[in-house]
Design a protein around this ligand. Structure first.
Ligand code: IPD
Ligand code: CA
Length: 266
């Protein structure tokens, strides 16, 4: 089975196993402490991760899993690469029942974002799967997708403003003043998928807080959908896959919108 098929199948199983949990007490039942990524693990996170790892074991997928909650799980002494897993991205939305959270899975051959070859992000409210393979394009279910190419009627600016410092908020405030369609939905991976689908024109997360698990699949999806994915210095984004790594990034449809927005906040 192709790696992309494995990721898609695993995320389909996650959808089946968690679809009745959002907003219920079962989503938060039990005490699992903090996961490898540093956040409190919830039952729904644990069920979703177990679904993926059990499936990989069942099909004997020789890889090393880098899970947000479970940490590094070596499923073979001769792994083909790493699966970077955020089995539930947007956990707070999932726990409250806000229908915006997803399962994010990426496969990398090396300890680098730039070595990601396959990615799947599943909207766990609808079951829709966004996926991409290196140099083969990006898709939503069976249809090819791309970033928005035309001049948009409404320019949608995504900004992750959760837990932003007062200094960063002040720096970003000219964007809020100038643009009337600023959005923040609460699940970075799914926001990156909407960007790749052409529904958001620029997405900014300059908090220096995002983990590799939250953006690995979105990284490839955006590249394959024709978008720019850059670091805080507006250089091509790359990083190692360490648990301690925290990133900032900007996804933009083209250089024009990038200059327009960044001229406001320099
Ligand atoms: C979170 C989401 C959220 C972002 C947080 C992440 P999680 O991931 O991506 O949008 O603001 O920084 O931690 O914890 O729900 O997997
Ligand atoms: Ca998570």
């Amino acid at each position: 089975m192709d790696i992309i098929e494995i990721l898609r199948s695993a995320s389909k199983l996650v959808y089946e196993n968690v679809k009745d949990l959002p907003g219920t007490e079962e989503a938060v039942a039990g005490d699992f402490g903090r996961g490898a990524g540093g956040d409190i693990s919830r039952n729904i996170d644990i069920i979703a991760e177990k679904t993926v790892v059990d499936y990989f074991k069942e099909i004997n997928f020789e890889c090393t899993v880098l899970g947000e909650e479970c940490g590094k799980v070596e499923l073979s002494s001769n792994p083909k690469g790493f699966v970077i897993m955020d089995a539930i991205d947007g956990s707070a939305n999932a726990v409250r029942g806000v229908p915006f959270f997803c399962c994010s899975l990426a496969f990398a051959t090396d300890d680098k974002l730039s070595s990601i070859t396959d990615a799947a992000i599943t909207n766990l409210s609808t079951g829709d799967i966004y996926w991409a393979s290196k140099e083969k394009g990006a898709f939503l279910n069976d249809k090819p997708i791309s970033v928005h190419k035309e001049k948009p009627l409404y320019k949608i600016v995504g900004i992750n403003s959760s837990g932003t410092s007062p200094e960063l908020l002040k720096r970003l405030s000219p964007i809020y003043e100038k643009h009337h369609h600023v959005r923040h939905f609460g699940a970075n991976a799914l926001e990156m998928a909407l960007f790749a689908q052409g529904l958001i024109d620029i997405f900014i997360d300059l908090r220096g807080k995002i983990r590799v698990q939250d953006i690995a699949a979105g990284y490839l999806l955006i590249k394959e959908a024709g978008g720019l994915i850059l670091d805080e210095n507006l250089e091509p984004l790359d990083s190692d896959l360490n648990y301690e790594t925290r990133l900032s990034f900007v996804a933009a449809t083209n250089k024009e919108i990038l200059s327009e927005i960044f001229s406001l906040i320099k």
